[in-house]
Write a protein that binds this ligand. Structure first.
Ligand code: SAM
Length: 360
């Protein structure tokens, strides 16, 4: 683990906006590798009530850590204007994330504003801690689906991983409430760390097998610069599949759409499906159509980036909707990212932005 992280407020590393070309027809902009923009992730807060050891370790994100001030956050109006501009470039899906998005005050208000954008798949990723209270209001505001993170059903393992002694039972209550509110099919994200929660893989698969929810097993990634990532702590998805298949036979199925990051498997007895996300062992950069907006309005074209483009500065300097769309198009057209294809021990040590800030 590194000794001290540079707080986000001090470490806003930006790169200059590229020259703006012609805007082009909606949905036509491609990057230098021919990829389009389809999926926008918006981090609505850099704060979280968990201290997952692989994401916001307590030693770094402790009581003295300087989170963003309110004035630095994008307002709901600013986020909505940008979402419209992304839509003009063909974005089909918006995922609200963070930090813990349900901690952002009046998040339902933002959801209601985004839900007015036609033909947008609007979803959210949460740790589930306050989902039981919020599920009905989220659905009523216009949220379509939800993903809940849960790293183990073993209470001791889960409490140790979230590092704030939070019980499994409360997250399960949140999942049930979300299902009852109509936010399904629910996806459940489990980050697998070798030597930490690998014994939880099969019980997790078995628990949700007949539920209609889809568990996705995620390889531990070298996001950010503070989570002490090591290759030997990564459990390759191939091993996850082998472990589940030995007890609950599986067969691979086709992706739902081109660029889907999770490889899909279904149970041979027809009782549901799971996914694996293998950013480390099977890079999917070639088909990556994602872009990320940080809590304070920097645009990142890769989860493993070290610098972002300052869209908040444009917004606050009075840019028109056309200016915003043109800037986004220009940024995307010079994008060349392919971090997971070129990852080495050296790149893993780069000062990449933290996932809590850029949005998971
Ligand atoms: N607080 C919300 C939550 O817990 O789902 C949203 C933000 S969280 C950063 C989004 C997702 O990223 C979670 O599923 C989390 O487990 C995953 N994540 C965080 N750090 C990770 C890492 N180093 N490797 C793989 N996944 C990670």
């Amino acid at each position: 683990m590194t000794d001290r992280v540079i707080a986000i407020a001090e470490g806003r590393h930006t790169k200059p906006l590229p020259g703006v070309g012609a805007l082009g027809a909606p949905g036509t902009v491609t990057d230098t590798r021919g990829r389009q923009i389809r999926d926008l992730r918006i981090s609505v807060t850099d704060r979280c009530n968990f201290r997952c050891t692989y994401c916001m370790p307590k030693e770094v994100f402790g009581p003295d850590y300087e989170f963003l001030a309110r004035s630095q956050l994008l307002s709901f109006e600013e986020i909505t204007r940008l979402a419209h501009a992304f839509k003009r470039h063909g974005v089909e899906k918006v995922r609200l994330t963070g930090g813990e998005p349900l901690l952002r005050k009046d998040l339902e208000g933002l959801i209601a504003m985004l839900a007015e954008i036609p033909d947008l798949d609007l979803t959210l990723t949460t740790n589930g801690s306050i989902l039981a209270k919020k599920a009905v209001a989220l659905k009523a505001a216009g949220l379509k689906r939800i993903t809940v993170s849960l790293d183990s059903l073993d209470d001791g393992v889960f409490r140790a991983m979230n590092d704030v002694d939070f019980p499994v039972s409360k997250v399960l209550e949140g999942i049930d409430a979300a299902a009852d509110a109509g936010l399904g099919p629910i996806k459940i994200n489990m980050v697998v760390k070798r030597g930490v929660n690998e014994d939880s893989i099969v019980p997790m698969a078995r628990h949700f097998k007949d539920s209609g929810h889809i568990v996705r097993f995620i390889e531990f990634m070298d996001v950010g610069a503070t989570n002490g990532w090591r290759m030997d702590a990564v459990m390759p998805s191939a091993d996850v599949i082998r472990a589940i298949d030995a007890e609950l036979p599986l067969v691979q199925i086709d992706p739902n759409y081109r660029g889907e990051v999770a490889a899909r498997w279904r149970y041979r007895d027809g009782s549901g499906e799971i996914g694996v996300i293998s950013s480390v062992t099977q890079a999917f950069c070639r088909e990556c159509t994602r872009v990320r907006l940080s809590t304070d309005g920097l645009l990142y074209t890769c989860l493993f980036a070290t610098q972002g483009y300052d869209l908040r500065a444009l917004l606050r300097a009075g840019a028109s909707d056309t200016d915003l769309a043109a800037a986004i198009g220009a940024i995307w057209s010079v994008r060349a990212d392919r971090y997971s294809e070129i990852r080495t021990a050296d790149t893993a040590a780069l000062r990449k932005v933290e996932m809590s800030y850029i949005g998971g």
